[in-house]
Design a protein around this ligand. Sequence first.
Ligand code: PMP
Length: 315
Amino acid sequence: MNEDLIAYFDNRYVALRDAKVGILTHALNYGTGLFEGLRAYWNEREEELFLLRPLEHFERWKTNSRILRIEIPPAPEELCRITAELLRRNRFRSNVYVRPLAYKSAERIGVSPDDQDAFTIAALPFGDYLDSAKGLHAGVVSWRRIEDNAIPGRAKITGAYVNSALASDEARRNGFDEAIFLNEDGHLAEGASCNIFLVRGGKLITPAASDNILEGITRACVIELARQEMRLEVVERSLDRSELYVCDEMFFTGTAVEVAPVVQVDHRPVGAGAIGPVTSRLRRIYCEAVRGQLAAYRKWLLPVYHPPEAAGKAA
Ligand code: PMP
C-alpha cells in the first residue's frame, strides 16, 4: 500500500522505501528523536486538501527541539512549504497524516548526544484512528504519566512514547479502547496519545499544562471553538481521578483521534452513558472547521493545491 509514497528525507523528495537509516543511528538506540503529527483534510466539493494548523505544528516542533538540542534548520513557514509540496507530489485526494521526525543521526555507540541532526517528513493516507462514532470505553491504567524532570511530556520525544505504548497496551488488553494516565501526583494527565476534557456543571475542564500533558493543538482548537462558538467557560486546572466518575461528559482530543467521545470510564457510564450535547456539538463544528466549511476557521487551514502567495501565512 505504501509502495508509491514519496517522503522528504535528506533535504530531498525520495521514494518512501528508500528513506532508510542505519541500525546504529543514535535516535533508534536511545530514543533521541522529536516528532510531530499533522493532518490534512480532503474537501471533495472544493477539490482541495487542507493542512490543519501546519504553522503551529512546525512552531511547536522547532520550539520543543530546544529541549533535546536538535537543530531543525528551516523556518516554520519553509516547513509548511516543504510539506505542501510533499502532499502535491504524492497527489493525495483523501485525508492524510503527516509525520515530521527530527533525530540525532550519528551512527555510533554512546548515549551522550552530539550535534549530528537530521529530519524527515513522511505522509500517508489516513482515515479514522479510533472508531469513536458510538463513543469509547476508557480506562485508567496502572502506568503513571512521565514527569517533566524525567522526560518532558510536553515534547513529542520518541523515547517518551514508551510510556504511551505501555499504557495503550495495558488498556487494550484490559478491554478498553483508550488509556487514561494519572500523573505522579494522582491527578488526571491525558490519554496515551490524546488530551482529555470533562464537562461538569456546564463548564469544560481540562488538565493544566503543568500536569505533564502534551500541549495539544487540537486541545487549543477545541478551547477556541468552545469559547467562541458555544460561549462555554473553559477551565484549565488539576483534576481528581474521581471527577471522571461524576462528570456529565468526557472526550479526548488529538490530531489522530480528533474529538472522540467517551461514554464509559472504568466500567461506569459517563453521565447518561451516551454522547452528550456539548461533545456532539464540538465534534461537529471541529469536523466542519478542519474541512474548510466554517469561514471563521479558514485561518487554521493551508490549501495544498491552490496555496496562497506566501505559503504558510494562512496557517
Ligand atoms: N497527548 C499526547 C501524549 C499525544 O501524543 C498527542 C498527539 N500529538 C496529544 C496529546 C494531542 O496533541 P495534538 O492535538 O497536538 O495532536
